[in-house]
Design a protein around this ligand. Sequence first.
Ligand SMILES: Nc1nc2c(c(=O)[nH]1)N[C@H]1C(S)=C(S)[C@@H](COP(=O)(O)O)O[C@H]1N2
Ligand SMILES: [Mo]
Length: 507
Amino acid sequence: MNASRAWRGAAAGAAAAVLGAGAGELVAAVVAPTSSPFAVIGGALIDVAPSWAKDAAIAWFGTSDKIALLTAIGIVLLILGAAAGICEARRPRVGVVVFVAVGISVGGLALTREDAGSLALVPSVLAGAAGAIALRMLARTRPGTGADGAGQPSRRAFLAWTIGTAAVGVVMAVAGGLGRAGAAAATTVRAALKLPRPVTPAPPIPASASLDVAGITPVVTPNPDFYRIDTALVVPSVDPSTWRLRIHGMVAQEVTLTWDELLALPLVESVTTLSCVSNEVGGDLIGNAVWLGYPIRELLQRAVPDADADMVLSASVDGFTAGTPLEALTDGRAALLAIGMNGEPLPPEHGFPVRMVVPGLYGYVSATKWVTDLEVTRFDRATAYWTARGWSDRGPIKLESRIDVPRQGRAVPAGDAVIAGVAWLPGTGVSGVEVQVDDGDWHGAELATAISDDTWVQWRRPWKAESGNHRIRCRAISRDGTTQTDTVAAPAPDGASGWHTITVQVS
Ligand SMILES: Nc1nc2c(c(=O)[nH]1)N[C@H]1C(S)=C(S)[C@@H](COP(=O)(O)O)O[C@H]1N2
Ligand SMILES: [Mo]
């Protein structure tokens, strides 16, 4: 086979792959939103990925990890399509068989996913079939075997057909994506929803909780800026009218709760800082919000957990699970079944309609989004999503502090400057922050008013910046008198530690 035939085969195969993938996204949007080929392959990869891979993905791509994964899948599918196209050019039907086989395999995989509906097989199988047909048709448009025998028009026709096929695929994929987001119950119902007022509102946030420092992290994180971490490639769309929470397991009395029942309960508001265990020292996988919800403790009281239970395994519609110490849900802290975030219904990507928020615990052991099930159990009987992947089964948030101003590596003009940031130990609170420049003494920083012991607190310290390179470090002191450890730990298995250290150039 000559090189140009191979290239044309590859182009035809790649274009057919784009068409197939686009068809898969579009069909999925209509019949099975969580079972598009990309969602299925990506979801399966996320679930089989070892924890170091998740760690690396978050370290490299941050909250763009999902886009990076989808891009990688797209590239692999393109290469696979091109290879199938070359096979087809060499031996008609072989490439077609590859497309059909990939479609059926991904369809089969779709059926094994936790959130698979009855039509889960359909998008991928149709995607494979559409790709196969496109490849067959493009193979026919190809110029004949004689190198230039078919002449220019046929070559041009082939190019036009190939580009056209890929373009149709892209349009279908975009339409599918937009359609899925727009039609999702979570989007339409949420828009029309009005949250009840809390019976116990959070005290107003004092003006003194915010320091007047340009560039410091706002003390309450606006929803669009709140970090997002989860295993869901497609944001689950949960219709509140069919939402149910079931509390079962080691309980005297099973409890189920509907959306209307939840809304009718006396709701409370509290401000809690939520952090991801993958947050590096100095990282931004942390945010603070005003949460509206119902204390989980009250619901557990109705269920009456057995005396020897010590864990609540919460599960979401997409199969994610978290194992929370029963004690953290019953000891009186503001552990909420939350429906509101900063005065709005939960944004879809933050768990609409209902999620958990537990002060003092990393999200992976406590903050289940799209939650529908609480099983009262024991740590020696149940394993949760991340603990099955090597992360610690207990996940208390570690005492930490972060320098936001100046930024690492930034040039700072000599003279009066300010060093500022945030510090946190949700559940206990922060009583002080100290700052060190180069090898000088540690100096106490000014603390803003803490909203509560469950939230981070802003801090600042004036600094006479002299020209040259400087290293700046900070450490927090918690209300129980502990100083933040300088022991450097990576996020795995139970959260990063160490002093946030930056270098700046003063001129
Ligand atoms: N259903 C579901 N809930 C989840 C997760 C998830 O993957 N799926 N990730 C958890 C983790 S690891 C964290 S840090 C928090 C993040 O919540 P956020 O995305 O609202 O910031 O959600 C938790 N709840
Ligand atoms: Mo997390």
